[in-house]
Design a protein around this ligand. Structure first.
Ligand code: M6P
Ligand code: ZN
Length: 187
């Protein structure tokens, strides 16, 4: 075959999640960007929630997209800071997360309403099979940092999550992080 790309290398800071050199503009998500994903109306719309550092490649299933995510600690209403969460537009596409720093939970859900909550911290390797929506939640006091790699043509379907939510929510409880049913799931 005729190679489509030239090899390249970038340096990942294993604690901070930053790339040197950066391969693409950093994507910033504020509380305002998460309106409709949190249950509560965001109290501080300009407040940073997370940044995504992409290493972009063509969006084809012959390639592997990757990125790091740096998710700040904090809460909005009864929920910890979290990513929007998404199904892959091409539903059967899978993904791998490698935890680099902080403490989190990975909430996963299927279209038929099953869910799982997996740990995230330095050294965790989370496998996200095709068909499982995924959202990361920072349950700690430091930034949650993780590296993600996924099939190039996967795409992000946010609309389903904005409409239906996840079956469970993660927020502070009386004895640490608590997972509770989402009263508005598909409501
Ligand atoms: C990980 C990957 C990315 C995703 C990011 C933030 O880095 O899964 O594809 O964009 O997390 O999550 P979301 O897109 O759901 O806001
Ligand atoms: Zn994904």
């Amino acid at each position: 075959m005729d190679p489509k790309l030239d090899p390249f290398t970038t340096l990942l800071d294993l604690k901070l999640g930053t790339f040197d050199p950066e391969r693409a503009p950093v994507q910033v998500r504020t509380q305002a960007d998460l309106r409709g994903f949190f249950q509560a109306e965001p109290p501080r719309p300009d407040q940073l929630v997370y940044r995504i550092m992409p290493v972009p490649v063509p969006t084809e299933n012959s390639e592997i997209q990757c990125s790091t995510t740096i998710l700040e600690p904090g809460t909005v209403g009864d929920e910890y800071n979290m990513t929007k969460g998404h199904f892959h537009t091409v539903r059967d596409r899978s993904e791998i997360y490698i935890g680099l720093a902080g403490e989190g939970r990975l909430v996963l859900a299927t279209e038929d309403g099953r869910h799982r909550v997996e740990p995230m911290r330095e050294g965790t390797v989370n496998y996200v099979p095709g068909g499982w929506a995924h959202r990361s939640v920072n349950v700690g006091t430091e930034p949650l940092v993780f590296f993600a790699a996924y099939v190039g043509d996967a795409g992000h379907d946010y609309d389903t999550i904005r409409r239906d939510g996840f079956p469970v929510l993660v927020g502070p409880g009386s004895d640490g992080p608590a997972v509770r049913d989402n009263p508005r799931y598909r409501g």
